[in-house]
Design a protein around this ligand. Structure first.
Ligand code: RIB
Length: 291
């Protein structure tokens, strides 16, 4: 099972002709609201890719619509905690080139408690379960340490990137997922190539250039599939959730990379983050057509 301790946001998405510059007032062409957040996007991607997934998250008093959305996606709700803090949200601008700009309000995503972690970790199975986490929630190093102390494997997406958060995590994880920019920022912070850290798994996504996976002994590369994107929001989350699902199901890194590349290629051709994530059958059909 994938135990994802992650963010849940209300995504407020504005389509704009170009990303706004400082001091500019810009009319939007449309406005939509969606379930989002890097954490829940990854959970939905893993769930839709066929992996048993539990999302552990916090919702404020205003979080009922998001809870209903999570239920509609078919994820179990027993990992969700109600807290007093207002629910996290993201203001997202998407331009005509499908690029985005995101401003986050962390809110309830920063209300995780040790007892919430411990209740889930106590029931986890080190033989089969992975813990997944990102940087949009509080107490991530404490979670990773507690999970490792129980013998669980930990996957960490260092996004949104902050070297002060990422560097202390490196001793407590089995899989680090970064995009190219995050990998470069981490290299600057460490003063050495992240590949030299000897992590069991280092996943580097490179957008339209594909992705690389480095293990202690091997490396794998996957090119991206050419598509016409309409919205790239959540593409990295889709890649990681789909990768984790396929990797835990097949234990085949190359197959998991290819599956994840297809899932994220499909996802960027649709609007929104979570609702754009494809089902497993759709990904397999796509792969058949692109073999
Ligand atoms: O990665 C995309 C996500 O980043 C959005 O869904 C938004 O909520 C922010 O967390």
């Amino acid at each position: 099972m994938i135990l994802n301790f992650g963010s849940i946001n209300l995504d407020l998405v504005y389509r704009v002709p170009h990303l706004p510059s400082a001091g500019e007032t810009l009319a939007s062409a449309s406005f939509e609201k969606y379930l989002g957040g890097k954490g829940i996007n990854q959970s939905i991607a893993a769930h839709r890719a066929g992996a048993q997934t539990l999302h552990i998250g916090c919702l404020g008093p205003d979080g009922d619509w998001l809870r209903d959305q999570i239920a509609d996606f078919g994820l179990p709700l027993d990992g969700l905690q109600s807290v007093d803090t207002p629910t996290g949200h993201a203001v997202i601008f998407v331009d005509d080139a499908a690029e985005n700009q995101i401003v986050l309000f962390g809110g309830s995503n920063h209300a995780f408690t040790r007892s919430q972690f411990d209740a889930v970790l106590a029931k986890a199975d080190p033989a089969s379960d992975w813990v997944l986490c990102q940087n949009e929630t509080n107490a991530v190093p404490e979670l990773a340490k507690a999970a490792k102390a129980k013998g669980l494997r930990v996957a960490y997406s260092a996004a949104p990137f902050d070297a002060d958060h990422a560097v202390p995590m490196l001793d407590h994880i089995d899989l680090l997922a970064v995009n190219e920019g995050e990998a470069a920022a981490l290299q600057t912070a460490l003063g050495k190539d992240p590949r030299s850290l000897g992590l069991p798994f280092l996943l580097v996504t490179k957008g339209s250039k594909g992705a690389d996976l480095f293990t202690a002994t091997d490396s794998y590369s996957q090119t991206s599939f050419a598509v016409d994107p309409v919205d790239t929001t959540g593409a990295g989350d889709t890649f990681l959730g789909a990768f984790m699902a396929e990797f835990t199901l097949s234990n085949d890194p190359a197959k998991a990379l290819r599956f994840a590349a297809a899932a994220s290629a499909i996802q960027v051709t649709r609007a929104g983050a979570a609702p754009a994530i494809p089902m497993r059958d759709t990904v397999l059909e796509f792969l058949k057509d692109h073999s």
